[in-house]
Design a protein around this ligand. Structure first.
Ligand SMILES: Nc1ncnc2c1ncn2[C@@H]1O[C@H](COP(=O)(O)OP(=O)(O)O)[C@@H](O)[C@H]1O
Ligand SMILES: [Mg+2]
Length: 307
C-alpha cells in the first residue's frame, strides 16, 4: 500500500471519528489480507511511515499462521514488515514459548499483550543472533505487533527458502555444515534455541549459497524449561531434511557439536538487550471502542441492521 493510500484511509478514519460515526463494522473495509490492517495496526503503519521507516508498502511476501510479511521501502532501503495478527486464532500456540521465558514473566497475559511481547521477542532475538555473527535479517524497529527488518532478497524478490532450492549432495553438505554452525553459534554465543528450525525458516542467498536464519519469534533462551526439547526437535527437523542428500549424523554427535565452545566465541550476556524492553506505543483502541459502542451511536444509515 502506498503512502498516499494509507493517508487516504487515515483521513477517512479521522473524518468518521470527527463525526462520531465509527462503527466496529466500518473498520472491516481496512481488514484486507486477513485482518492484518485492523484500525490500530493501520494507525501504527501510519506512524511508522511518518517516522520514515516505510515510504511505500509493497506486496505481500507471505501469509502465515500468525503473521503476514510485506515488502516495503523506506529510509533504511528495502525492508520486510512482519505484522502479527492480534486476532490470530493460533496465538494460543505462542503460550508455551513466551509464558515460561524468564525474560517475559512480567508481561500481562492478555491476547494483545502476548502478541506485542512476541513481536518484541523476535526483535530482541534477531539482535542477539546478529551479534552472534549468524546471518539473519537486521532488525530495524518494532512497535506493538509490527516488526521492521532488513529485507533478505534482491530486486524486491525474497531469497528462496532451503525447501525451494535445488542442490546436489555436495551443495547440501556445505549448507548442512553452515546450519549446524549457526545452531552452534546460536546456542553457545547467543544462548538461544531457535525452536522452529526447518527448511522453511532457512533462506539461501543464491549468490554465495549462504544460509540465512529467519522467523525467530519463538526462539527461547537456554534457561527456558523446554529449551532441550526444542533443540532436540530442531535437530530432528534438520536431520530429516538432509537425509535425502545422504547425510546422516547421529543426534548425539550433532548435539555435541552444537554445544561445543570455540576459542573465537564471544558470549552475549543474557541481559544484554533485555534490560529496557521497548514499550509499545500508546493506542486509543480501548477508549475508542468504549466511546463508539453501538449503544451511544445514533446511526442514520438506511440499511443499518446492527442495532
Ligand atoms: N527479512 C525478510 N526478508 C525477506 N523475506 C522474508 C523476511 N522475513 C520473512 N520473509 C519471508 O516471509 C516468509 C514468512 O516469514 P516468517 O518469519 O517465517 O513468518 P511465519 O511465522 O509466518 O513463518 C518467509 O518464509 C520468507 O519467505
Ligand atoms: Mg516461518
Amino acid at each position: 500500500m502506498s503512502q498516499k493510500k494509507i493517508d487516504k484511509q487515515m483521513k477517512q478514519i479521522e473524518d468518521k471519528r470527527a463525526k462520531g460515526r465509527i462503527f466496529k463494522k466500518d473498520s472491516s473495509f481496512l481488514k484486507t489480507e486477513e485482518n492484518v490492517f485492523d484500525v490500530p495496526t493501520l494507525k501504527l503503519l501510519y506512524t511508522l511511515s511518518n517516522k520514515g521507516f516505510i515510504s511505500e508498502l509493497g506486496g505481500s511476501i507471505s501469509t502465515g499462521k500468525e503473521a503476514n510479511v510485506f515488502y516495503a521501502t523506506g529510509n533504511e532501503g528495502e525492508v520486510a514488515v512482519k505484522i502479527y495478527r492480534i486476532n490470530s486464532s493460533t496465538f494460543k500456540a505462542m503460550d508455551p514459548y513466551i509464558l515460561k521465558d524468564p525474560r517475559f514473566t512480567h508481561i500481562r497475559h492478555s491476547r494483545k499483550d502476548i502478541v506485542f511481547a512476541w513481536t518484541q521477542k523476535e526483535f530482541q532475538n534477531l539482535l542477539r543472533i546478529g551479534k552472534a555473527k549468524i546471518r539473519a535479517p537486521k532488525p530495524i524497529t518494532c512497535d506493538r505487533n509490527v516488526l521492521i527488518m532488513e529485507f533478505m532478497g534482491k530486486d524486491g524478490a525474497a531469497y528462496p527458502s532451503l525447501k525451494d532450492i535445488r542442490m546436489d549432495d555436495e551443495d547440501a553438505r556445505r549448507i548442512y555444515e553452515q546450519v549446524i554452525e549457526d545452531m552452534r553459534r546460536m546456542y553457545v554465543r547467543a544462548s538461544l534455541v531457535h525452536a522452529d528450525l526447518s527448511e522453511y525458516n532457512i533462506l539461501i542467498d543464491p549468490e554465495n549459497a549462504e544460509v540465512i536464519i529467519i522467523d525467530v519469534g519463538q526462539a527461547v533462551t537456554l534457561n527456558h524449561p523446554n529449551a532441550r526439547d526444542f533443540l532436540a526437535r530442531d535437530i530432528e527437523n534438520i536431520k530429516r531434511f538432509f537425509k535425502k542428500y545422504g547425510i546422516s549424523e547421529e543426534t548425539k554427535d550433532i548435539l555435541e557439536r552444537i554445544k561445543q565452545k570455540k576459542e573465537e566465541d564471544e558470549i552475549i550476556e543474557l541481559d544484554e538487550f533485555d534490560e529496557e524492553p521497548v514499550e509499545p506505543s500508546e493506542s486509543d483502541e480501548e477508549e475508542e471502542e468504549e466511546e463508539i459502542g453501538y449503544d451511544n451511536i445514533d446511526d442514520k444509515r438506511p440499511n443499518n441492521t446492527d442495532k
